[in-house]
Design a protein around this ligand. Structure first.
Ligand SMILES: [Fe+2]
Length: 149
């Protein structure tokens, strides 16, 4: 299972998306239509003519958070998975300072996810069940989202 986060470009709020709409509104069609209850055929979420499928925050569409895409050091952000029998130790070699730390480690399985939140000063590691298809994500408050598949 993929982790999908969206971030507000204004207030930096982050949300996790359970199911997203991939459809795009046909702008021309929307202009022609003068009803007040225009809906996207696919997601049914678009109730206003000038409103599209994007999830908005601070009156702005939120942007997808792409893992491993910032200029942070790879080895300090990508989670390590150390397998020990039926368990796995997931940890990140990252500082845990007041203004720069790993906020959360998220482990995704096929039908389940485990989130462990951290505060500055704590050790960014978690012991979870080991499964072959697991994916581990870490979120740095400065350098964003990272994934080890
Ligand atoms: Fe960082």
């Amino acid at each position: 299972m993929e982790l999908k986060l969206k971030k507000c470009q204004d207030c930096t709020s982050l949300i996790e998306v359970i199911r997203d709409c991939e459809c795009e509104i046909d702008e021309e069609l929307m202009e022609e239509c003068d009803c007040e209850g225009c809906e996207c055929d696919e997601c049914g979420r678009c109730e206003e003519m000038d409103f599209n499928c994007d999830i908005s925050c601070c009156f702005t569409p939120m942007k997808d958070v792409i893992p491993n895409s910032t200029d942070g050091a790879v080895e300090k952000h990508i989670p390590n998975i150390e397998v020990n029998g039926e368990k796995a130790r997931v940890y990140v070699n990252h500082v845990m300072e007041e203004n720069h730390y790993i906020e959360v480690i998220i482990v995704m399985y096929d039908n389940e996810e485990i989130k462990h939140f951290f505060k500055p000063g704590e050790t960014p590691e978690v012991i979870v069940p080991y499964k072959k298809e697991m994916k581990a994500y870490s979120l740095c408050n400065v350098h964003g989202l990272w994934v080890k598949e």
